[in-house]
Design a protein around this ligand. Structure first.
Ligand SMILES: [Zn+2]
Length: 100
């Protein structure tokens, strides 16, 4: 069997910063619920620009700085988004960013 890459989740960002697209490599496309349970440090995420802006497409890195603070950092454009270390899954991150 072949492992496919799926765009599993789109997480919109504030202030015209585009969105994070989460790519997972699995046998089949995960449902949004399944994707939401994936841990932040286990799958690559891509910073995807708004279509009207220059395309970024940079890989983002998840960094846990301390027991209370984590961030996602785009290797190409330098976008950095901080959030609480209690956020550990993609679903929690999406909820957190939508409620800020
Ligand atoms: Zn970027």
């Amino acid at each position: 069997m072949t492992v496919h890459s799926w765009k599993a989740l789109y997480i919109p960002l504030e202030d015209d910063e585009g969105e994070f697209v989460v790519i997972v490599e699995q046998w089949k496309q995960p449902s949004e619920t399944e994707a939401g349970l994936i841990r932040l440090d286990s799958e690559p995420t891509i910073h995807h620009g708004d279509p009207s802006l220059p395309f970024c497409g940079g890989l983002t890195r998840f960094v846990k700085v301390s027991e209370t603070k984590s961030f996602l950092f785009c290797e190409r454009c330098g976008l950095k988004i901080s959030f609480s270390s209690s956020v550990e899954t993609l679903g929690e991150l999406k909820e957190h960013l939508l409620n800020v």
